[in-house]
Design a protein around this ligand. Structure first.
Ligand code: NAD
Length: 248
């Protein structure tokens, strides 16, 4: 197994891409701590599936935008499961509307969950990784941070910031044994995209060379590549499984 004996912390692990990644990591031997926001029923289901794979797990509702709460969860995970080897920094939200309609509060919330939340969750876990001379941090960005999109200006901006953060931290972390990368998925079938209008969804599909949305498991496969023994030469990279939406 590729992650035998490893401990992973997944933010936003109750459903969607986080859940698929937690299960993919668990299937490869990792114990999993995950947080979510007010999604207890789905979190319990995910935890049950992780246990059925024979792994240890713990989960809690934690708003990653609350830095002290995120830090507390990281400490609890390390205390109960052991030192964190892999951070899958994934929790996210979107608020869709035309640029001119965003309020300061909405802008701040999107940046607080994505950029601030990811930054400080990484900061909570990083020193212990450095002390052990090993670790892997994967930040979930989006193809929208690469190419932009209508009705998602703060989200696209935050996702671009995450890629910048990933590269900056990779410069500092790599010599200390900690690998930092990002994943920028294209559109994936999850609750996050379920709120798109049918017209928006169809327009997206029509523009995708692959002609369909991705499955969460297809993003989890990229996460497993980065986290596992075959990912050792990826540093500060943004891998983008996106159905051909962005080719680079
Ligand atoms: P989802 O809505 O299915 O799941 C989001 C998860 O994050 C849930 O577990 C939720 O409880 C958790 N969460 C939300 N806000 C949180 C907060 N403040 N604190 C802690 N947990 C919180 O969404 P998804 O599609 O699986 O998205 C996961 C990540 O992938 C996000 O960062 C998203 O921006 C990114 N992404 C998604 C797509 C897509 O098409 N679905 C594409 C590109 C990037």
């Amino acid at each position: 197994m590729k992650l035998a004996g490893k401990i992973a912390l997944v933010t936003g692990g109750s459903r969607g891409i986080g859940r698929a990644t937690a299960l993919a990591f668990a299937a490869e031997g990792a114990d999993i701590a995950f947080c979510h926001l007010n999604d207890d029923a789905k979190a319990d289901e995910t935890a049950g599936e992780i246990r059925a794979l024979g792994r240890r797990t713990l989960h809690r509702s934690v708003d990653v935008a609350d830095i002290a709460a995120g830090r507390g969860f990281a400490e609890q995970a390390a205390r109960e499961l052991g030192p964190i080897d892999i951070l899958f920094n994934n929790a996210g939200i979107n608020i869709r509307k035309p640029f001119e309609g965003y309020t300061e509060e909405e802008f701040d919330r999107i940046f607080a969950v994505h950029v601030k939340g990811m930054f400080f969750m990484a900061q909570a876990i990083y020193p212990a990784m450095v002390a052990r001379g090993q670790g892997c941090i994967i930040n979930v960005a989006s193809q929208r941070g690469l190419k932009g999109a209508v009705n998602s200006a703060p989200y696209s901006s935050a996702k671009a910031a995450i890629m910048g953060f990933t590269r900056a931290l990779a410069w500092e972390a790599t010599p200390k044994g900690v690998r930092v990368n990002a994943i920028a998925p294209g559109p994936v079938v999850t609750d996050l995209t379920a709120t798109m209008t049918p017209a928006d969804r169809q327009a997206f599909i029509d523009a995708l060379p692959v002609g369909r949305f991705g499955r969460p498991e297809e993003i989890a496969a990229t996460a497993l590549l980065l986290a596992g023994p075959d990912g050792g030469f990826y540093v500060g990279a943004t891998l983008s499984p996106n159905g051909g939406d962005v080719m680079y």
